[in-house]
Design a protein around this ligand. Sequence first.
Ligand code: NCD
Length: 320
Amino acid sequence: MQLDNILSTRQFQDRSLLQRLFASAERLEKLDALHQLPPSLAGKIIATIFYEPSTRTRLSFECAVLKLGGQIVTSESAGMFSSAVKGETLADTIRVLNGYVDGVVLRHKDKGAADEAAHYASIPIINAGDGTGEHPTQALLDLYTIDRERVKSEEFHMPLASPEGLHIALVGDLLKGRTVHSLALLLPLLGPVKVSLVSPESLQLPSEYKNFLNAQGVEVDEFSALEAVLPDADVIYMTRIQKERAVDGEAPLDEKDFYCLGLPELAMMQENAIILHPLPRVKEIATEVDSDPRAKYFEQTRHGLYMRMALLEELFAPRA
Ligand code: NCD
């Protein structure tokens, strides 16, 4: 299967494609440690066009391109510094870039922006977050982290399709958190998973993702208290409340609607569970938790570099 764009994790429902990407990411990590990365992107110029703030996504993509021998042009804060300020449409910006570069990594405030960009481009478009829509490359690195840290890990001996399966808890702003949307579409690929959704009532996962999970035969339960899932969950995926996406007239959230995983919560968790967070964290995970072996969010960011390299190779230097 050949990828033309990366717009949604709906494109990644093929287990053999995921296995290939996971194997590539692992191979690239080993080669990087040996300073033997292949120049797979030599001669390619990739544009990173970000209309919203980013640290990890933009910089890990840029490092991934540079490490594979490609070059980068960037418009950080594109909403402020690109011709968007003068009123240029996304469609026109993409049409122009299409003549300059070999691929575009795009982050935009509007849901559907990456699909729109792909419509106007003949070069690959990578969705690096489209408003409250999706964030597919983050979810792929999340799944890769679950696979690396929990499923395959020697220590845990958890085979991919174990009869008990994994219990994954998605916590926080499930309504507007785009990483959760993309991840929900991938979780059934881990085998017989059970998914717990933990959110305030006003921030529940949109029904299109719940329906998807149900249609895949996944057991889905909803909770409002974090404590309800801590003793049983294998993976706790914390997310931040997407405050910047509040719409006019929306009722403000109460302090009790913010989840925080601190030492008391840690004490309730299984010994071999893992804690993930796409970051940035605000108050969802206390810094005291960082030194616990179950805290895997910084490993997660590191895995992101190699997963993005694997994705770039898949798009720009596919193996025969
Ligand atoms: C996420 C995003 O931008 O959606 N950040 C990221 O890319 N790691 C999560 C967030 O901002 O809450």
